[in-house]
Design a protein around this ligand. Structure first.
Ligand code: RIB
Length: 295
């Protein structure tokens, strides 16, 4: 069974719990505030490790308390972090507004994440089956890593939504994005399956579009599409649901399951991540994912 390598961001998340989102010009009082580990890259690495993957992380952090906390997290989760870089910039941070329905709005301060490069002389381990990246760190570093891992499935989570450089797209095998991000990339609103098919045809890559309670759709460039529906859960906080999906998808992909089963397990992980507050505290463990009916 090959390993999972994640390249991407670490952020210190500050979550402000609100009754509802403020309107422009409005001052509001939060119902509560809490701090969590976050950052899409790190969240996905943790999700993959909890789903049973053997995981390594490439990230950039600052020489500060948040950076130390990141290293402690990766050690605790059994994630190999030798390739993590210390930079002059402060560790990345995110402010997350969370409303009473569990929806969020996220503002990122990139800090050290913006300085991520592939370490000089970096040689990837030769047993990597899946490599995961997002768009909170420079695309050039991801493209360099993907180029060096031709034998692995190279997955790009197009989040936050942004144009993908031709250099990065040329070395990517699969795109994963939520319905909002897919609509931005496709420059039109449509059903998630239709967006997945359109983006797969346009990019000539496999494309998965996730759509919350509706589930996820995996389209191939030849027009074949499969879907999976999530279990019904009570949503407390949707932060990290996409990261739980990506991490679980990567980990279960290394186990040789059929695409339908891998997608179903990933969708289940995403749903479970909505049932608790905070990104990392909500990322589910393998046993909880497999315990749900249908697995
Ligand atoms: O996907 C959720 C994550 O997005 C948060 O943890 C926040 O840090 C941002 O990166």
């Amino acid at each position: 069974m090959g390993g999972v390598l994640a390249i991407g961001s670490y952020n210190r998340d500050t979550v402000l719990r609100l009754e509802r989102f403020p309107v422009p010009g409005e001052t509001m009082t939060a119902l509560g505030v809490a701090e969590f580990h976050g950052g899409k890259g790190s969240n996905q690495a943790v999700a993959a490790a909890r789903a049973g993957g053997r995981v390594g992380m490439i990230a950039a952090i600052g020489a500060d308390a948040a950076g130390q906390a990141a290293r402690a997290l990766w050690a605790e989760e059994g994630i190999a972090a030798e390739a993590v870089q210390a930079t002059q910039a402060p560790t990345g941070a995110a402010t997350i507004l969370l409303d009473a329905s569990g929806e969020n709005q996220i503002i990122i301060i990139p800090g050290a994440n913006a300085a991520l490069t592939l370490p000089p002389g970096f040689t990837p381990p030769d047993d990597i089956a899946v490599v995961l990246a997002q768009l909170e760190t420079p695309q050039a570093a991801t493209a360099a890593l993907f180029r060096s891992l031709t034998g692995a499935r190279r997955i790009l989570n197009v989040a936050p939504a942004a144009p993908i450089t031709p250099e990065l797209l040329s070395v990517t095998d699969m795109l994963v994005l939520n319905q909002t991000e897919a609509a931005i990339l496709a420059q039109r609103e449509a059903e998630p399956a239709a967006l997945a098919l359109a983006l797969a045809a346009e990019t000539m890559r496999d494309v998965i579009v996730t759509a919350g309670a509706i589930g996820a759709f995996w389209a191939r460039p030849d027009g074949v599409v499969i879907g999976a529906a999530p279990p019904c859960v009570t949503v407390v906080d949707s932060t990290g649901a996409g990261d739980a999906f990506l991490g679980a998808f990567a980990a279960f992909s290394t186990e040789g399951f059929k695409p339908e089963k891998t997608l179903r397990l990933a969708v289940t992980a995403g749903a479970l991540a909505c049932t608790r507050e905070g990104a990392v505290p909500s990322l589910p463990y393998r046993a909880a994912i497999l315990a749900l009916p249908g697995h």
